[in-house]
Ligand binder design. Structure first.
Ligand SMILES: *Cc1c(COP(=O)(O)O)cnc(C)c1O
Length: 459
């Protein structure tokens, strides 16, 4: 008898729905023009399926909503803070917790505490806000991710790995005292949600220990990374997501977290460290930038929802369905011939815009163009992850990243399989008429993180 496949399915049912506005092509054309062809500047009301980001867009559970009602809105010493601290210690294992309004709040504080002018911060590919805070603190980011990560067609399962030889030569060139920490992201966002292996992380730990260099973990999508370790790394098939997450964290010295992703909340983040001295300085600094160290810019109810969300985020069934849905969409797009980054990552599908629109040069923004075309076709909102996101170097020159991608990010627990079908079919339609699509020029460029607010015109 043939073995019948066992599909992923949601470990929850729907209790409340949010109605969506359906728009016409003419309405979308107008909206797009008003938004300067930047999907960040569209009104969400005009969007049908919103894949702009998986950040803060998750559906909370009934338990999280119940937790919101248990907010202790005291200025100091809220009981929700102590609950969150207990959960962070239990699930992740980090000793000291400082809540922040979101991930970049933690990055700001950590960068100010650890980085001195002229320092080098190696990392497994940059992230926009992370690198900017490192630079604003006087440091210089150096990419030490393996070369495979820059090749969208390479199917190596752990494209988030660090190339230890690249790191060794940086240590040799600059000396370990110039490197305050190695910045390690799990499920590397800019590489397409690609995981780092436990083996690589262990080797990195051994190398950094020898040189007394810290590892700071961007743990925004650590549970999604753990799923790939469970599925693809030898020796982890029988391990729970929770135990793998804890093992990953145990190999690092501290973390910044955007709880708006893995942790299933609409707002929130934290900094967590094991070193008391770093904690003490960060606890002092959080008062300046975020709020008192027992709320860090969050309401008590936000911390409660986060504590509950963290526990739900490391459930095996949760992650299986979450990534199952992403893989379903990716396989469907591949079936239509749409060029995507492989292997399929954890939080979305990344379409290779250079391959999709080979006739548009990178300085005419192929990924930005494709994101606009997707919206026009079906009201599906995606975002650019290419030359616009990469921004400019401190000396003013453009970064030209090898990857020119459009990100179809899937919010957690929000859309159905039928929505995934609509998205894939729309991408296939745009792909069919790709030869007729023209590039764009940038007509307004903000100074920082330009992708959020830049404006374009069609050529
Ligand atoms: C979102 C994100 C951040 C920044 O977090 P915010 O909550 O948006 O400030 C940092 N690192 C990674 C990998 C992210 O995806």
């Amino acid at each position: 008898m043939k073995k019948i496949k066992q599909s992923w399915a949601e470990p929850y049912k729907i209790k409340m729905v949010e109605l969506l506005k359906m728009t016409t092509v003419a309405q979308r054309k107008k909206a797009l023009k008003e938004a300067g062809y930047n999907t960040f500047l569209l009104r969400s009301e005009d969007v049908y399926i919103d894949l702009l980001t998986d950040s803060g867009t998750s559906a909370m559970s009934d338990r999280q909503w119940a937790g919101m009602m248990m907010g202790d809105e005291a200025y100091a010493g809220s009981r929700n803070f102590y609950h969150l601290e207990e959960v962070v210690r239990d699930v992740y294992g980090y000793k000291y917790l400082i809540p922040t309004h979101q991930g970049r709040g933690a990055e700001n504080i950590l960068s100010k505490v650890l980085i001195k002018k002229g320092d080098i911060i190696p990392g497994n590919m940059y992230f926009t806000t992370t690198r900017l805070h490192q630079e604003l603190a006087g440091g210089k980011f150096e990419d030490v991710i393996i070369d495979e990560a820059h090749d969208p067609e390479n199917t190596f399962p752990f494209k988030g790995n660090v190339d230890l030889n690249k790191l060794k030569s940086l240590i040799k060139k600059h000396g370990a005292p110039k490197i305050p920490y190695v910045s390690i992201a799990t499920s590397v966002n800019m590489a397409g949600g690609q995981p780092i292996s436990m083996k690589n992380l262990k080797e990195l730990r051994a190398l950094t220990k020898k040189h007394h260099i810290r590892i700071i973990h961007d743990m925004t999508r650590v549970a999604e990374n753990a799923y790939f370790i469970q599925q693809k790394e030898k020796g982890y098939a029988d391990r729970s997501i929770k135990s793998i997450v804890k093992e990953i964290c145990s190999l690092t010295d501290g973390a910044t977290m955007s709880a708006k992703k893995d942790a299933l909340v609409n707002i929130g983040g934290f900094l967590a460290v094991n070193d008391y001295d770093v904690y003490e300085e960060a606890r002092n600094m959080v008062v300046v930038y975020e709020g008192l160290h027992t709320y860090g810019g969050l309401a008590g109810r936000d911390m409660e929802a986060m504590a509950i969300g963290i526990k739900e985020s490391v459930g095996d069934e949760h992650i299986k369905a979450r990534i199952g849905q992403v893989i379903y969409l990716g396989e469907k797009m591949m079936h239509y011939g749409v060029p995507i980054v492989q292997p399929i990552g954890g939080h979305g599908i990344f379409v290779d815009a250079k391959k999709f629109l080979p006739h548009i040069p990178q300085d005419q923004f192929p990924a930005q163009t494709l994101a606009a075309e997707m919206y026009l076709d079906s009201g599906v909102r995606t975002m650019e992850r290419g030359v616009v996101s990469a921004g400019r170097k401190p000396n003013g020159e453009n970064y030209y990243p090898k990857l020119e991608l459009v990100r179809f990010t899937i919010p957690r627990r929000v859309y159905t399989q039928a929505h995934m079908d609509v998205i894939a079919e729309s991408a296939a339609r745009v792909y069919e008429r790709r030869d007729a699509i023209k590039g764009m020029k940038m007509v307004y460029e903000p100074k920082y993180l330009r992708f959020f607010q830049a404006r374009f015109e069609k050529l």
